[in-house]
Design a binder for this molecule. Structure first.
Ligand code: C5P
Length: 205
């Protein structure tokens, strides 16, 4: 079974994807981390995010520790959204994601284009969303917990800019797949959102 979980930044999709993976005992891939890793390489090398070739050269995970909290920073998220518009970067990351989706055990993947591009064959697809101000508050709390200091207003502006870029890019834009179930978590505590996600997946099996 493949479960695709897509949605904008801080919608709750990552937490929901993790909970679904635990519930169904499936491996989980946060695909945003791949784009963030490319961004972090560029930030560390002093590379230029507006140069597609440099971004392609940064698609190398040999020096990346996927537990590094810097991957979660707003700086890495912002650059990730800039370099994720490049067809060469998306193409370089596709195989890794498809191989993960197609492993015999099945898998849960979360991102922006899982249900539309990476695994359109997924048995269950969720499009997780929430109002921008709710998402900004969540992301701000998350960053504070990681020890990263930010202002709520800046986080909101970053989230809005990122959403706009992710939704309007030519290649694999953020959009709900036709056969995805919509889950708006604006008014939901995380436990309730997870229970609802499980019920939606069950209804598709
Ligand atoms: O989900 P997360 O916020 O970690 O993703 C960081 C950025 O990576 C997103 O804003 C988006 O531009 C990009 N991304 C993508 N496709 C995915 C996952 C992430 O373009 N499947």
């Amino acid at each position: 079974m493949i479960i695709a979980v897509d949605g904008p930044a801080a919608s709750g999709k990552g937490t929901i994807a993790k909970a679904l993976a635990a519930h169904y005992q499936l491996p989980h891939l946060d695909t945003g981390l791949l784009y963030r890793a490319v961004a972090l390489n560029l930030l560390r090398w002093g590379g230029d995010p507006s140069d597609e070739k440099e971004a392609l050269a940064a698609c190398d995970f040999s020096q990346i520790d996927f537990d590094d909290p810097e991957l979660k920073s707003e700086a890495a998220g912002g650059v990730a959204s800039r370099i994720s518009v490049y067809p060469l970067v998306r193409a370089a990351l596709i195989k890794r994601q498809r191989d993960f989706a197609e492993q015999p055990s099945g898998a849960v993947l979360d991102g922006r284009d899982i249900g539309t591009v990476i695994a359109p064959q997924a048995e269950a697809k969720l499009f997780v969303t929430a109002k921008a101000d709710v998402r900004a508050r969540r992301r701000h709390a998350e960053l504070t917990k990681l020890g990263l200091q930010t202002h709520l207003e800046d986080v909101l502006l970053d989230i809005q800019a990122r959403d706009e870029r992710d939704r309007t890019r030519d290649m694999a834009p953020l959009q709900q797949a036709e056969d995805a179930d919509l889950l708006d978590t604006s008014e939901m505590a995380i436990d309730a959102a997870v229970q609802r996600a499980i019920a939606l997946v069950e209804a598709r099996l």
